[in-house]
Design a protein around this ligand. Structure first.
Ligand code: AR6
Length: 174
């Protein structure tokens, strides 16, 4: 069975061990998927986030999930797209890698990601999808403890970009 899946949907409804939040460095909430996660989890999530002292771009911090149907929320501030000259690629890969490392450390087997940085932060989605898929696949190759990673795409264009990126990494059969 494939350990990396691409789906379309709402990440707040995912019944997995951990969901990832595309946060900002304050970790104090915002719009997009961050707002949706805080609304669905309830005010206790913000209260726990206030104790964390923020998080640098590319790193990750975990909290409990409160009213969400998962066990943990792993918060990661993605890079803001500045045209590709501000270390955006490395920072985005670092988000995926550090979230997966947090999941492993917490004993999680199943993890769901949103498309980090491709909303308000304007990272081009085709480019972000390639980085996400490559980084997740590299991690899975060396970490058997994670049994399934799901990329949860909110809209059809995002879904198409991640499906395309996954197809491009699969071996071609002549
Ligand atoms: N489930 C899955 N994906 C979602 C959901 C959802 N419920 N809602 C939105 N998306 P964004 P960023 C998609 O803007 O670009 C916040 O204000 C959305 O369609 O949420 O990393 C933070 O506080 C897009 O494809 O995150 C930061 O300030 C993807 O999630 C800033 O936005 C990411 O879009 C972070 O910007």
């Amino acid at each position: 069975m494939e350990r990396l899946k691409i789906t379309q949907g709402d990440i707040t409804q995912c019944q997995v061990d951990a969901i990832v939040n595309a946060a900002n460095t304050s970790l104090l909430g915002g719009g997009g998927v961050d707002g949706a996660i805080h609304r669905a989890a309830g005010p206790e999530l913000l209260a726990e986030c206030r104790t964390l002292g923020g998080c640098p771009t590319g790193e990750a911090k975990a909290t409990k999930a409160y009213r969400l149907p998962c066990r943990y929320v792993i918060h990661t501030p993605g890079p803001i797209w500045h045209g590709g000259t501000a270390d955006e690629n490395r920072l985005l890969a670092s988000c995926y890698r550090n979230c997966l490392a947090q999941a492993s450390a917490l004993g999680c087997k199943t993890v769901a990601f949103p498309s980090i940085s491709t909303g308000v932060y304007h990272f081009p989605v085709a480019h972000a999808a390639r980085i996400a898929i490559d980084t997740i696949q590299a991690y899975l190759q060396t970490h058997d403890e994670i049994t399934c990673v799901t990329m949860v795409c909110f809209d059809a264009a995002t879904l198409a970009a991640y499906q395309q990126a996954l197809e491009e990494t699969e071996p071609k059969h002549a």
